[in-house]
Write a protein that binds this ligand. Structure first.
Ligand code: NAP
Length: 307
């Protein structure tokens, strides 16, 4: 099979950029991969790991002659980067991104996209709490969804090429509007991260429970929140600043439901608690049935080695 693209440029080589590089190599999706990273350390690491053929300290240089350009840095950087690369983007090429919010990315990037370049935003629903160029792996996207949010006037052939790229990385692809994406992700990803950050910060502030006790007894549930709350602070700051409306809408609903649970506990309404917990258990079972998580006990951790 011929390669999907001649040259792919990765702007930002962290978890997602390096995973894309691994997937491109493994699936043989491009002849040539160029990269941009702002720090010398990341540029050196990307070359050492063979993630890219060439790496540049200038994004404008990195995208020259690229048929497919991925923005892979925190979403708050996209506007300035798009402005910087605007003059060197290849006519007929595709500019896409992997950002966790979509409407704000369209607002920031679209004004800088030259005539003849296909701007097709995207978001792989795949990640870990790790960051940096060493954290990537080719299988990150396998069996995970990738949401593409084409604009109304997008060229269907360009969209199809991008869809084909993500399918070749192992993803299932779904198309939707940027606004709908932001609403869906607000509840499935952004709010869970906010709750995790908040519960870990509440625990850290407690005075009557010592921090060593919080760590010692963390297997009671807290530990699973700490994994999410270990995610990159810059990335998540930018997500909340750029998906404000949808997150506030979901947070409002969440707070109402939390108050209802608070009332049920106060008044001893066991039936209400039981019904909510039973419904939640069903959701977990549906996620496993859809192949989006492992059914192994304790999330597949197994018994700790020192027991
Ligand atoms: P990451 O591992 O922290 O890597 C971020 C990359 O962006 C690094 O190469 C970093 O450069 C670069 N960068 C940071 N600030 C920059 C700036 N001001 N100007 C230019 N480059 C800058 O992040 P990631 O997890 O790959 O996330 C990248 C994007 O993917 C984000 O937009 C995020 O919303 C999206 N995303 C993340 C996940 C996830 O679970 N992590 C999942 C799906 C989508 P240096 O290394 O030189 O500092």
């Amino acid at each position: 099979m011929s390669k999907l693209f001649n040259r792919v440029a990765l702007i930002g080589i962290g978890l997602i950029g390096s995973s894309l590089a691994h997937a491109i190599r493994k699936q043989n999706l491009a002849d040539d991969v160029t990269g941009f990273a702002r720090s010398e350390a990341t540029r050196a690491k990307a070359l050492e790991l063979g993630l890219v053929d060439r790496i540049y300290p200038s994004a404008a240089e990195a995208v020259k002659d690229a048929d497919l350009v991925f923005l892979c840095s925190p979403v708050g950087t996209y506007g300035a980067l798009a402005q910087e690369i605007s003059a060197t983007l290849k006519p007929g090429g595709i500019l896409t991104d992997v950002g966790s919010v979509k409407a704000a990315v369209v607002k920031d990037v679209l004004p800088h996209v030259p005539q003849g370049v296909h701007f097709i935003p995207g978001h792989p629903i795949a990640g870990t709490e790790q960051s940096g160029p060493e954290s990537g792996f080719a299988e990150l996207f396998v069996n995970r969804w990738c949401i593409i949010t084409p604009l109304p006037d997008a060229d269907p052939r360009a969209v199809e090429r991008l869809v084909e790229f993500w399918r070749a990385c192992g993803s299932n692809v779904e198309l939707m509007t940027p606004e709908h994406h932001d609403l869906v992700l607000a509840i499935t990803s952004h709010l869970p991260h906010l709750i995790a950050y908040n519960i870990v910060s509440t625990a850290a502030d407690l005075e009557e429970v010592t921090s060593s006790e919080v760590i010692k007894f963390s297997a009671g549930g807290f530990r699973d929140f700490t994994r999410i709350a270990a995610s990159d602070p810059t990335m998540w700051r930018d997500v909340f600043l750029n998906n404000k409306d949808a997150v506030l809408e979901m947070l409002g609903r969440f707070s109402e439901d939390l108050s209802a649970l608070q009332r049920a506990i106060r008044w001893g309404d066991g039936d209400m608690l039981f019904d909510v917990f039973t419904r939640s258990r069903q959701v977990r079972r549906s996620i496993i049935a859809a192949g989006q998580d492992t059914a192994s006990p304790d999330f597949g951790r197994g018994a700790p080695k020192n027991q």
